[in-house]
Design a protein around this ligand. Structure first.
Ligand SMILES: C[S@@+](CC[C@H](N)C(=O)[O-])C[C@H]1O[C@@H](n2cnc3c(N)ncnc32)[C@H](O)[C@@H]1O
Length: 211
């Protein structure tokens, strides 16, 4: 959630070639800014992550009218009072290139349905999307090597800790929704013991639902 300079942020792009250039520019900016500031999260310095981001057509995951702005340094609305993320399918698409299998939960049923259709149409065959409360996890496929939460929780949901594999990692923004939250990394060791590490302040939309 650190800002990065994006030359095309205010400049509308419309052709496929322009989208590709804007995407490469976005990735180059993330790489440069992360190299200049070592406090950036490790993912921003990972060439593996950046290589996937340079391939995923981010503009396909935002409403048509906002596509020219898809590669700018700002959140974009995707409907239902939500911003680009699992609800849009973008992050799931990036994770698709990094993991063997991705299970994604989205609480807004309409978003879950449209995202499942979009990901299938774009060929992301290793992503399963379900409408449901992320606080409860998805027990049937557990345990998970990695769990990434992209809405802010007041507390870390116990089901997510339970569904984490020994040796696994959970990343989650924790805190009240009107302020900045703390991004936390929770590691479960081989004996099932949990270690918590604060990564950095972030700002996410709040969890909707039981939490
Ligand atoms: C802001 S988006 C994630 C953005 C992410 N940081 C990104 O850009 O990659 C948060 C999504 O979480 C969903 N959400 C909120 N509460 C949820 C819950 N309890 N379970 C599952 N999804 C939830 C919202 O509907 C929204 O689509």
């Amino acid at each position: 959630m650190k800002p990065f300079n994006q030359p095309d942020a205010g400049h509308a792009v419309e052709s496929q070639q322009a989208y590709t250039q804007a995407r490469q520019s976005m990735v180059a900016n993330i790489r440069d800014m992360a190299a200049a500031d070592r406090s950036w999260v490790a993912g921003a310095r990972s060439e593996k992550v950046l290589a996937v981001m340079s391939r995923v057509p981010r503009h396909c995951f935002v409403p048509q009218a906002l596509r020219p702005h898809a590669y700018g340094n700002h959140p974009l609305p995707i409907g239902h009072d939500q911003t680009i993320g699992t609800g849009s399918g973008y992050q799931a698409a990036v994770l698709s290139g990094l993991a063997g299998q991705v299970y994604s939960l989205e609480v807004v049923p309409q978003l879950a349905a449209s995202v499942a259709r979009l990901l299938a149409a774009l060929g992301y065959a290793n992503v399963s999307v379900k409408a449901g409360d992320g606080c409860l996890g998805w027990p049937v496929h557990a345990p998970y090597d990695r769990i990434i939460v992209t809405a802010a929780a007041k507390h870390i949901p116990q089901p997510l800790l339970d569904q984490l594999k020994p040796g696994g990692r959970l990343v989650i923004p924790v805190g009240g929704h009107a302020e900045f939250q703390q991004l936390q990394l929770i590691t479960k060791d081989a004996a099932g013991q949990l270690q918590h590490q604060a990564i950095e302040p972030v700002r996410f939309v709040p969890f909707i639902g039981a939490e």
